[in-house]
Write a protein of this length. Structure first.
Length: 208
C-alpha cells in the first residue's frame, strides 16, 4: 500500500520553517530562545525522516513516498517529490547531522554582554609588517645579537625562495623543478633568465 502522508514535504519544510523563524529572532538577547528553537527544529526534522526509513520497501523498483500536486495549472507545473533506495539514506544522514551541528554549537552562541566574551576595538596597523621585519633585522645587524631575530635567517630564506619559485613558475608559464642542494632550477635557461641579474654600473652596497 502506497504511503500518502507527506513525510517528504515535512522533512523539507520543517527545517526551512525553523530556519526562517531563527533568522527573525537571531539577536543576542534572544540567544537562549534561538538555541532551543534550533534544537527543536533539528529534532523534529530528524523524527519525520524516520518513517521514510521504516516504511521504505527495498524490494520495490522506482520512486516511493511520491507526492504529486498541481502547482501552476497553465504551465502544467507540479510539486512532485519522491525517494529511491539511495536518496533515503542521504535524507536520514542530513537530518542526523543537523542535530549534531546544533549540539556541537550549543555553547558557541553567546550573548553580546556575556562575561565570557572578550571584545577589543579594532586598531588599524600603522605599517604593513615588512617595516617591522626590516627594523628588527637591521637592529640585529647593529647589535650583533642573533638571538634577537624574530625570524631566523634560514626560515626567512626558505620562505623567500618558495615565494620566488611560485612567481617564476607563473611568469615563465612552466612547471619547474627546484634543486634544493644546488639552489637553482633544473632548467639552466630559466636560471639565466630569472635567477641571474647583472647589477647596474656603479652599484655599491649601502652604508649601514
Amino acid at each position: 500500500m502506497q504511503n500518502t502522508f507527506p513525510w517528504l514535504s515535512l522533512s523539507i519544510w520543517i527545517p526551512i520553517f525553523f530556519g526562517v523563524l531563527i533568522l527573525g529572532l537571531g539577536r543576542d538577547r534572544a540567544a537562549p530562545l534561538v538555541r532551543m528553537l534550533a534544537l527543536v527544529g533539528s529534532l523534529l526534522g530528524l523524527l519525520v525522516t524516520l518513517p521514510l526509513y521504516t516504511g521504505f520497501d527495498a524490494g520495490k523498483v522506482g520512486m516511493q513516498f511520491v507526492e504529486d500536486v498541481l502547482w501552476i495549472g497553465r504551465l502544467n507545473a507540479h510539486y512532485r517529490l519522491g525517494i529511491d533506495g539511495i536518496s533515503v539514506w542521504f535524507i536520514l544522514l542530513t537530518a542526523f547531522i543537523n542535530v549534531l551541528v546544533v549540539l556541537a554549537g550549543w555553547e558557541v552562541i553567546e550573548e553580546k554582554q556575556s562575561k565570557n566574551k572578550v571584545s577589543k576595538p579594532f586598531v588599524k596597523s600603522s605599517d604593513n609588517g615588512l617595516d617591522k621585519h626590516m627594523e628588527n633585522f637591521m637592529g640585529v645587524v647593529r647589535n650583533r645579537k642573533i638571538e634577537d631575530l624574530h625570524c631566523s635567517i634560514q626560515a626567512g630564506a626558505h620562505v623567500a625562495t618558495v615565494a620566488q619559485m611560485g612567481n617564476i613558475s607563473m611568469r615563465s608559464g612552466q612547471r619547474l623543478a627546484w634543486d634544493a642542494k644546488a639552489g637553482k632550477f633544473d632548467e639552466e635557461k630559466i636560471n639565466q633568465q630569472y635567477l641571474v641579474k647583472e647589477y647596474h654600473n656603479g652599484y655599491k652596497l649601502p652604508m649601514v
